[in-house]
Design a protein around this ligand. Sequence first.
Ligand code: SD4
Length: 332
Amino acid sequence: MKRRHFIKNTSLTGVGLAVGNSLLACKEETSNNNNKAIVDLKNLPLVIATWHVLEATEKAMAILRAGGNALDAVEQGCRIEEANEKGQSVGKGGLPDRDGNVTLDACIMDKHGNCGAVVYLKDITHAVSVARKVMEDTPHVMLAGEGAKQFAISNGFEPEDLLTETSKEAWEKWKVEAKYKPIINIENHDTIGMLAIDKNGDISGACTTSGLAYKMGGRVGDSPIIGSGLFIDNEIGGCVATGLGEEVVKTVGSFLVVELMRQGKSPQEACEEAISRIVNKPNSDYKNFQVGYIAVNKKGETGSYAIHQWFSMTKFQDGVNEQILSDYFNKA
Ligand code: SD4
């Protein structure tokens, strides 16, 4: 059940270009099981993303401010980091697997609950856009490997070598000892998960990554798995994850956060509870890996939480685009 009330606010007329204001102040009541949210759309649009990605959120906000929808915003925002060769965890310039192959995972989800994903995609920079094509132009939700690549090429994506000189050098250095050990906040940095709410109050999200550096050939993480790396429920909110994907998958992290918000938790409380499910497992090895979540609810409230220090969220709302350091569990 969903009811909408549009209240014309004449005092805002004429300042429609001002950041954070909309010509119509709009209230929306959503009700779903136990949760009821009164949405005040004057705080919108907003965009949040994992880590320090000010250019990506800037791009997404430009689309939202121009009246674009949340789906276009998250896709275009993620593409900024995919094209950024300096980011070694996403798109072009991503660190390779043990055999020197850069393989990408990405997914996207819209306000209707539609989703698309690609896994183990080689030679195509904009994995998030291929994921969107899977969602919109195929009867499937996920394409893998060679099939995903051929689908991308047949849709006009140009194949290119994603392994840059810098990432190749790092891999060659790694091969000397060839020890696989995820390093907290280092090899995870820059994987991008993004959530946006547009001026209509509709939510979309996307997630794109080259996955963990020096992973086994064929390994797929949480990022392209709907419910783990990303989940959107337009009645409730959205969540994206970053960090050691295996641990996120084991707790179906992003779906868990959204369901906790449905039960009435704030985005911050929901992210904290999802992290506690990981660290409180018997024999959890959490001291040796990082997981971080960011979340937004239908009211435009946000939260972020991680196991370890130095995880951050980039948030663009009310004209302010800023990096916000997350609170974290491991304070010992
Ligand atoms: C993965 N979760 O492949 C990804 C990596 C990541 O920030 O998010 N890094 O496990």
